[in-house]
Design a protein around this ligand. Structure first.
Ligand code: R5P
Length: 338
């Protein structure tokens, strides 16, 4: 144990698989593991319960903010924080691999909220919550919504390793492309992680249609994709509309194989007859995401023909171990690459 005190790693619902794998990597360091329990009332209210004593302990709470719904998950997170604090936990570190509402990070029209800021405010209402560990926030500036410490881990670390193993050591046949201007920095960071390159391509995207769910991709600027394999790199795939349009456009420009790559695979049902999964499969997509949004082994087997999910447990275990040490530094974990 790193600081002589007990440290519990707690798994909220939907997170038991990922969290127990993180725990297996930390067991030898003395970390303890427990899965939360829930009482579900007929009225649809819920009561989370911590099944172990956490008195005066540093606790790491792993929570999905996507399942069963983002709104439901947020209430459960707040109630669990309250339960931990009333159980006299010394401090709480939230491990939220996917954070919901981050795309609503500014007033993009009149009379709308900045939802990402509201979520940040309510997450921080409990004074025992001292740190958040997350993965690829929609924009870097959102870290400024938090006055507590926040570690925004790069999904690129896991995703770039995958392509390095698949195509390395010579990655010159691979072009990295951002599906829109907003994602340029993210895609460039990925390219740098991959092999130190700066040059990437950028698609021009214009949205249209109901609930902004229909997407039209218009153009491309960057290195030629003719006969090349392309990594189309985004922070998230939601309904899949953006990457399907971008992939079709890249194929029409002569790209050989296109991989749609993102940290977060939401696969929310679009307003259509097909599910997101059916739509992605039908479009012949090859998708690579992390397991920041957890899925069962059965789901992964069923969708294995178009979907690759890369596990985050090694990266999260390193982040948990580092942050549990007095003066530990998460950025030191990523300093060595390229
Ligand atoms: C947009 O700003 C995001 O980075 C993603 O490109 C977008 O949210 C993906 O949504 P969808 O898969 O529904 O097109």
């Amino acid at each position: 144990m790193t600081d002589q005190k007990k440290i519990h790693i707690l798994a909220a619902e939907y997170m038991t698989d990922l969290t127990s794998k993180v725990h297996q990597r930390l067991e030898d360091n003395g970390f303890l593991y427990a899965a939360l329990e829930y009482v579900n009332f007929a009225s649809k209210e819920v009561k989370p319960r911590i099944p172990v004593t956490v008195r005066m302990e540093h606790t790491y709470l792993f929570q999905s903010l996507y399942h069963p719904t983002p709104n439901d998950a947020m209430i459960k997170l707040l109630l669990t924080n309250d339960a931990l604090s009333r159980s006299s936990a010394e401090k709480i570190t939230l491990v939220l691999p996917y954070m919901s509402y981050l795309r609503q990070d500014r007033k993009d029209e009149s009379r709308v909220p900045i939802s990402a800021r509201v979520m940040a405010d309510i997450i921080q209402t409990n004074p025992k919550v001292e740190k958040v560990i997350t993965l690829d926030m929609h924009s870097d500036q959102e870290q400024g919504f938090y006055r507590i410490s926040l570690d925004n881990l790069p999904g690129a670390w896991v995703l770039a390793d995958y392509f390095e193993k698949k195509y390395g050591p010579d990655l010159s046949d691979l072009v990295v492309v951002s599906p829109d201007y907003g994602g340029t920095k993210r895609a460039r960071d990925f390219a740098r992680y991959l092999d130190g390159r700066d040059e990437i391509g950028v698609m021009e995207k214009r949205r249209s249609g109901d609930r902004a769910q229909k997407v039209e991709t218009l153009g491309y600027q960057g290195p030629s994709v003719v006969g090349k394999n392309v990594v189309l790199y985004d922070d998230m795939i939601d309904t899949g509309g953006s990457i399907i349009s971008a992939t079709k456009a890249l194929q029409s420009f002569g790209a050989k194989k296109v991989y749609a790559v993102a940290s977060h695979g939401l696969f929310s049902p679009p307003n259509a007859d097909l599910t997101a999964e059916e739509r992605l499969r039908k479009a012949g997509m090859q998708v690579v995401v992390t397991n920041s949004i957890p899925r069962s082994e059965e789901y992964q087997r069923e969708h294995g023909d178009w979907l690759t999910m890369l596990p985050l447990d090694e990266m999260l275990a390193k982040a948990v171990l580092e942050t549990s040490k007095p003066g530990g530094s998460v950025s030191s974990l990523f300093a060595g690459r390229k």
